[in-house]
Design a binder for this molecule. Structure first.
Ligand SMILES: [Zn+2]
Length: 451
């Protein structure tokens, strides 16, 4: 869109950027990125060559992704990339605008657990966060933010919509949780309707609450408290004593099955003894928090590592002054990561005094949990959803035919990427220092960045 609006002379030209390295689950080495339609795409070398460039030998980099077709640009930089006719920018011989910016590009850093309604989301881009997954808010409000994010000061937003919980269940009644952010599910019909509603609103996730506190009789102490906010969940209908048991397995399973039928990812908030295991048995895809209520057995963790993703949220346990739950969670996460489980960086932004930015304490905690450098990079810079969907076609949310046609030659990196001027350290322990030097860059601004 912007190409037509922006640059008359170059409107018909492909625009390419050459960088020193790109993270796409592994490092590519020197690579070519195409800027098109407000998105950044990693281009396979063969596709560059077939678009008019010559394949150059020895370009290096990951097999198939090197900067071979644009070697002149890579070697000479912007000013020697060729004197194309009539354009405002430098062109190579094939009439493409080529800019060598150097540095390192990763998919935009993603906080996979936020509540945008509880923070100033406009601060995130400047704080190094390009993308977020909102795990609980009024679906109408959050959908409007998600759809309006591109080209604004908002990060890219994916979301779950409302908390799906039992009658009177967490977080209903909490002062921070507006009624519109919670659906109290009474039965299977209610579960199906709620999942359909979230799907219609544009959610890619559903948020399922599995909370021991809800299975206790009224008046029982809340297992954890909630940042000092007292439990206010009183069922207006007066049937709390019978219904306060949170979601029954039947209703919870209906949520999971209906979400999967609609290709939505089920994220569970688990809290209290036995709830993490229950999530595993129910077929939940992702945990919103590293389990913190109890030490999970090695057997359970191994089973979870085979099929679940965990969002880290370690720093909420004390915000730098670690609580006993921090130690429990850290131990669980260390064993989950060691077993090969997939971890995503997430902070539960909106819960307590967290920086509205990349959180160095969360990064430090992840390295303390023993994540390898690739695990930590994947946690913070996962590929955008289209690529995730394509890697799991059976559950892809309606991929289009063009996704398949282009997929062999392209990896979509999203509308914003994270750019770092220097190469990444190989040692995971050094990543918490290197990662905060990244800047979030919109696709159409990438040519202006210089190492
Ligand atoms: Zn949360």
């Amino acid at each position: 869109m912007r190409a037509e609006a922006g640059a008359a002379p170059d409107a018909a030209l492909d625009r390419f950027v050459v960088v020193d390295d790109v993270w796409v689950g592994e490092w590519t080495g020197p690579a070519v990125l195409r800027i098109r339609g407000g998105r950044v795409e990693l281009v396979r070398r063969a596709a560059v060559a077939s678009a008019g460039g010559q394949e150059a030998a020895g370009a290096g980099g990951l097999d198939g992704w090197g900067a071979g077709g644009l070697d002149a640009a890579a070697a000479g930089g912007r000013d020697t990339a060729g004197a194309g006719a009539g354009g405002s920018g430098p062109h190579d011989g094939a009439g493409r605008v080529v800019t060598n910016v150097g540095g390192v590009v990763l998919p935009g850093f993603c906080d996979s657990h936020v509540h945008l309604g509880l923070v100033d989301p406009g601060a995130l881009l400047g704080g190094g966060i390009a993308r977020v997954v909102d795990l609980g808010w009024n679906p109408t409000v959050i959908a409007s933010w998600a759809h309006g994010a591109a080209g604004t000061s908002m990060p890219e937003v994916e979301f779950a919509g409302a908390f799906l919980t039992g009658v009177g269940g967490y977080p209903s009644g909490r002062s921070w949780a507006p009624d519109a952010a919670v659906r109290q599910l009474r039965d299977v019909a209610g579960a199906l309707a709620a999942v359909a509603e979230m799907h219609r609103s544009g959610a890619r996730f559903v948020k399922l609450v599995l909370h021991t506190g809800d299975t206790e009789p009224p008046g029982a102490a809340d297992a954890r408290g909630d940042g000092g906010v007292g439990r206010g969940g009183v069922d207006a209908r007066g049937d709390a004593a019978v219904s306060r048991g949170g979601l029954t397995d039947t209703v919870a399973r209906a949520v999971v099955d209906e979400a999967h039928r609609r290709a939505l990812v089920v994220v569970a908030h688990t809290e209290g003894a036995g709830q993490a295991e229950r999530a595993q048995q129910l077929g939940v895809d992702r945990l919103a928090h590293t389990p913190f209520s109890e030490r999970l057995s090695d057997e359970l963790i191994a089973a979870m590592a085979d099929r679940m993703t965990w969002v880290s949220t370690l720093d909420i346990h004390g915000w730098g002054d670690p609580t006993p739950e921090f130690a429990v969670a850290l131990d669980n996460l260390a064993r989950f990561a060691a077993a090969g489980g997939r971890v995503l960086y997430g902070t539960d932004l909106g819960n307590g005094p967290l920086p509205v930015a990349l959180n160095p304490r969360e990064l430090d905690a992840l390295t303390s949990a023993g994540l390898t450098a690739p695990q930590l990079l994947d946690a913070l810079a996962p590929l955008p959803p289209r690529e995730v969907a394509l890697s799991r076609l059976s559950r892809a949310p309606e991929p289009t035919s063009s996704d398949f046609a282009e997929h062999d030659d392209l990896i979509d990196l999203g509308s914003r990427v994270s750019w770092v001027p220097t190469r990444a350290p190989a040692d995971a322990a050094e990543l918490p220092t290197w990662l905060p030097t990244a800047r979030v860059v919109a696709a159409d601004d990438l040519e202006e960045i210089r190492a």
